[in-house]
Design a protein around this ligand. Structure first.
Ligand code: SAM
Length: 276
């Protein structure tokens, strides 16, 4: 029994309905349990992040009990950024991954935090300003479905807990593929379904009772924090995502699960031209 309406984990068929082809065919896209016209979802996502931006970092650390930082560091090790790399942080928000990347890329590196929401970017700015490499970090406001950089610009492109919010998931990955140099590396860190059914039961209870309650108490919006677990339950499972990335044109795709699969990091290398 959940205080907040609790959609079950989607089955394979319903998960496929969240993907580009079905959305194009129906003209409808969902953000959590709410359905929008295909071209209206992006506005709902903007509104959502405008509302959560001021407390975004605090809530993330609270709701994950700080573990999100462990996941982000582990994912960054998988991406294996080299000194001097040019790195794009898609849906970069308040810049946690960008900070880790900037440290690894060092003095000769360049990191772009790319996000559609200026409020999220500015909320993260004081953290980035404390970095020794702060002058190597740049901010660009833009849509991940139409990345405003030329082809083959970056050595690495990453997206942390953001790709789930796009209307067209495959288009987002194809755009990351496009802006990578041949041989460039992709990282996608996203929430997923815990593998152990007992643990999943606790996680479901926590997600639809505790999280919206804390959201209501701290940010004044239970809805924003119910939307988060809803979208997670609709997202492709790790094997499905790996297959999608391979089809788009990434080679050597592999993934690692963290905390019983609550979060999963996929990495891959740009090989051939993108196929969407
Ligand atoms: C959950 S936050 C993740 C922030 C950060 N990457 C992290 O790991 O903490 C998702 C971010 O995706 C951004 N976003 C959502 N839709 C987007 C789009 N179409 N293009 C670019 N950014 C988008 C939001 O504004 C938000 O900052």
């Amino acid at each position: 029994m959940a205080l907040w309406q609790n959609p079950d984990w989607f089955d394979a068929g319903k998960r496929r309905e969240q993907l580009d082809d079905h959305i194009a065919a129906t003209g409808k896209a969902s953000f959590g349990i709410r359905t929008f016209q295909e071209n209206e979802k992006v506005r709902a996502v903007m509104h959502h992040f405008n509302r959560v931006a001021p407390k975004y970092d605090f809530m993330n650390s609270l709701l994950s009990l700080g573990i999100q930082h462990v996941w982000k560091r582990a994912a960054m090790r998988m991406l294996d950024i080299q000194p001097g790399d040019a790195v794009l942080d898609v849906c970069g928000g308040t810049g946690d991954l960008a900070i880790l990347a900037a440290k690894r890329a060092g003095a000769g590196g360049r990191v772009v935090v790319y996000d559609i929401n200026w409020r999220m970017l500015t909320t993260g700015r004081p953290k980035i300003d404390r970095l020794a490499q702060k002058n190597n970090v740049h901010y660009v406001q833009g849509d991940a479905e139409r990345i405003s950089f030329p082809d083959a610009t970056f050595d690495a492109a990453m997206v942390g807990f953001g790709i789930r919010n796009l209307t067209h998931l495959k288009r987002g990955f194809a755009e990351m593929h496009r802006v990578l140099k041949p041989g460039g590396k992709l990282l996608c860190l996203e929430f997923s379904r815990p593998t152990n059914p007992v643990f999943r039961g606790f996680y479901d209870f926590y997600s639809f009772n505790i999280m919206p309650l804390l959201g209501a108490l701290i940010t004044g919006s239970a809805e924003s924090y119910a939307c988060l677990p809803e979208t997670i339950r609709m997202f492709p499972l790790p094997e499905e995502l790996a297959e999608m990335l391979a089809r788009i044109g990434f080679d050597r795709v592999r993934h690692a699960s963290f905390t019983n699969g609550i979060a999963v990091a996929h990495v891959g290398v740009k090989s051939s031209a993108a196929r969407v």
